[in-house]
Ligand binder design. Structure first.
Ligand code: FE2
Length: 412
């Protein structure tokens, strides 16, 4: 594998740049953020709120539309149809296959409508209805069944820093609005501080509405469980992604791109390791870009290595992962390519560590795997990855839309 580092810049560099105008990043203005926050849907009524679209398996043909109501209600449905230039035609209708009371909440209910038999690379308009109350008209685009290029956002750690979380969400909406190739968002875990606390989740869910672009475009979320996300609410919110007490799965985003989502909050060995070995063996010959994401790092920029290092890294090296995304440290990092505990041009690059609002820490810049051509820094950020035939482009976007890091990967 050939690697080409384009801009391995530290944040020190960016702090010396003139500030970017509020036109490009209006969320940097607190009044703007407050105004957008006031417009979030109220949660204690019979009407839908806290809408989200969830991807796990088969995002080219399936998506789950999920929402909250403040009362149990009986008349819930999602109306949807292929987007057309002549206006919305919501020809299809589906009732939620799963509804229930959020654990330890104040009577709020979750609803999951699992849409299937969708067409690939197709934009669907949808509108949620509960007891005759309608959500705004929104839309999302299914994943491709061919080899066209597309982009995903990645990021983790939105558990504290409520204002900053809102700002990153508005940044994501803006990136999404002006980019038809951007189709989804993978969250690396630690959404909130205490996974059993409904009120914290409720704030997160309401703020998630800020990721919806002004046009109504929604980025489906691929969820990962973090160490702060314990308890039943995670599965109630994301419709038990990957199965109960597992929460690991793979997403075949296109014929050439697969993302394996792992769970660092259960045993990294045993069943999960066996599943990972088989999954990577099956996927590697089939896809050009093979990625993994999980919460606690194998190659941390702040803390000590998690169990991923012992159980998963040998498999990542055996199957030549193209990129691995980690969270939990609250910094920005990109390792050198690593194989057999050494820098190796054929090795695996690990990026991430989480910046969706959580206050940032200081990375341990003396660690060997963070030296050039790797990098380490600290700021609120979201990662954007473009998957194409000839390259996979990785960028780290800061709140003011400047880039803290980027790198181009070539196919192995
Ligand atoms: Fe964490």
């Amino acid at each position: 594998m050939k690697l080409k580092a384009l801009f391995p810049l530290t944040l020190l560099f960016f702090s010396s740049l003139p500030s970017v105008s509020g036109e490009q990043a209006p969320w940097l203005d607190k009044d703007y953020l407050d105004e957008r926050t006031r417009q979030l849907a109220p949660t204690r009524t019979a009407a839908p709120s806290q809408w989200r679209v969830i991807w796990t398996k088969e995002p080219s043909t399936r998506a789950t539309v999920s929402w909250t109501t403040g009362k149990k209600g009986s008349g819930h449905r999602v109306r949807y149809g292929v987007r057309s230039s002549s206006g919305p035609k919501l020809t299809e209708s589906i009732v939620p296959q799963r509804s229930g009371a959020y654990s330890s909440a104040n009577g709020e209910y979750f609803h999951h409508a699992r849409l299937s038999e969708l067409s690939p690379s197709t934009t669907y308009d949808f509108q949620i209805e509960s007891e005759g109350n309608k959500s705004p008209l929104m839309h999302f685009t299914t994943a491709p069944a061919d080899d066209r290029s597309f982009r995903l956002l990645f990021g983790g750690d939105s558990r504290t820093g409520i204002n900053a979380r809102g700002q990153v969400n508005l940044l994501m909406a803006d990136l999404s609005e002006k980019d038809d190739e951007l189709i989804g968002f993978a969250h690396g875990g630690d959404y909130i501080v205490s996974g059993r606390n409904w009120s914290q989740w409720s704030t997160w869910l309401s703020q998630h509405e800020l990721t919806v672009a002004k046009s109504g475009k929604v980025l489906p979320i691929i969820p990962t469980r973090g160490n702060h996300d314990g308890g039943p609410l995670y599965d109630e919110i994301f419709d038990t992604p990957g199965g109960k007490e597992k929460n690991y799965f793979f997403t075949r985003i296109s014929p050439e791109v697969a993302l394996v989502t792992l769970n660092t909050e259960i045993s990294a060995g045993g069943e999960q390791r066996s599943w990972l070995a088989q999954t990577l063996a099956d996927l590697r010959p089939e896809v050009r870009w093979l990625l993994a994401e999980y919460h606690r790092p194998a190659w941390p920029a702040v803390k000590s290595p998690g169990a991923a290092k012992k159980f998963w890294v040998p498999l990542f090296e055996k199957y030549n992962m193209d990129l691995v995304v980690e969270s939990d440290g609250h910094v920005i990092k990109r390792t050198v390519p690593i194989r057999n505990e050494k820098k190796d041009p054929t090795g695996i690059v690990y990026v991430g560590e989480g910046g969706l609002g959580v206050p940032q820490r200081s990375p341990k810049t003396d660690r060997w795997y963070l030296q050039k051509p790797g990098m380490a820094g600290a700021d609120h950020h979201v990662m954007r990855i473009t998957f194409a035939k000839k390259s996979m482009d990785y960028e780290v976007v800061l709140l003011d839309q400047s880039k803290a890091d980027s790198m181009t990967f070539l196919p192995r």
